[in-house]
Write a protein that binds this ligand. Structure first.
Ligand SMILES: Cc1cc2nc3c(=O)[nH]c(=O)nc-3n(C[C@H](O)[C@H](O)[C@H](O)COP(=O)(O)O)c2cc1C
Length: 241
């Protein structure tokens, strides 16, 4: 499973809830990998499709996309994964620009339906996390769910989670529990689709105890601190908060 952190802040709430989700996915048997989207340069879509839909092609065309473009690297990670969790901060009532650029470029993967008869994303599973301060997480989640679904992804029950607030999302029991369940359910769903597990009798949402939430939050806090100290080298102008 690939977790994509769409936030500029590698240690922020988006990262934290994504990391929680990947821990849930691991509990459900998935191998996970987390990438920070800001480590990759994804140039904006050039709209070749709108000139001629056959011009939109991965990898023949969409990799010829200007100096330093990293779309191919991220696309290959998505293609290798059975499942993807996209986590985004809310930037003006939607996903971050970095996530929007990635999604626009993913058109080349979906558009392969016209070249090879199927979207290269067909049958993968996706889940989504959005973190904001006041409002807009639901709009970001709705947009991501609709778009990924129209590219061929399944979005399982309990496949979305959000946090609204100005403090540490790890202090919000509901947010931690929901994010953890995104991980569990995206992983289980991908295994189900791949014929790995049979009909599931248990509820798809696993209720976490207070102790579990605290244990998970503590582990992720440590991981976020490590990210933050690495970030200090990248953005030395930031005063530690
Ligand atoms: C450019 C920008 C736009 C934002 N727009 C919104 C918004 O529309 N709604 C909202 O609730 N928060 C908004 N925020 C606040 C962030 O969503 C919030 O701080 C979030 O926790 C950031 O995630 P991070 O901790 O992973 O960086 C905005 C922040 C920035 C930098």
């Amino acid at each position: 499973m690939l977790g994509i952190n769409g936030s500029a802040r590698r240690y922020g709430n988006t990262y934290r809830l994504l990391k929680v989700a990947l821990m849930g996915a691991e509990e459900a048997g998935a191998e996970t990998r987390l990438i920070h989207l800001y480590d990759y340069r994804i140039n904006p879509c050039q709209g070749c499709y709108s000139d001629n839909y056959l011009e939109c092609h991965f990898p023949k065309k969409c990799t010829l996309h200007g100096e330093g473009d990293d779309f191919r690297r991220v696309a290959e990670l998505i293609l290798e994964a059975d499942a993807v969790i996209v986590a985004t901060p809310v930037y003006w009532f939607n996903a971050s620009g970095a996530v929007k650029n990635l999604v626009d470029r993913m058109t080349a993967l979906e558009n392969m339906i016209y070249h090879v008869g199927r979207s290269l994303l067909d049958g993968k599973t996706a889940g989504f996390i959005a973190t904001g301060e006041e409002a807009g997480a639901a709009m970001a989640l709705a947009w991501l769910t609709l778009t990924f679904n129209m590219m061929g992804f399944h979005v399982p029950a309990w496949g979305t989670a959000y946090y609204h607030g100005k403090s540490d999302a790890l202090d919000d029991r509901q947010a931690v529990s929901d994010a953890y369940n995104v991980g569990i359910n995206v992983a289980l769903h991908a295994r189900l689709l791949n014929g790995d597990i049979g009909a599931r009798r248990e509820p798809w949402y696993r209720m976490l105890s207070q102790e579990e939430v605290e244990r998970i939050a503590e582990a992720v806090r440590r991981a976020a601190e490590e990210e933050k100290s690495r970030e200090a080298e990248r953005r030395p102008w930031l005063e530690p908060g």
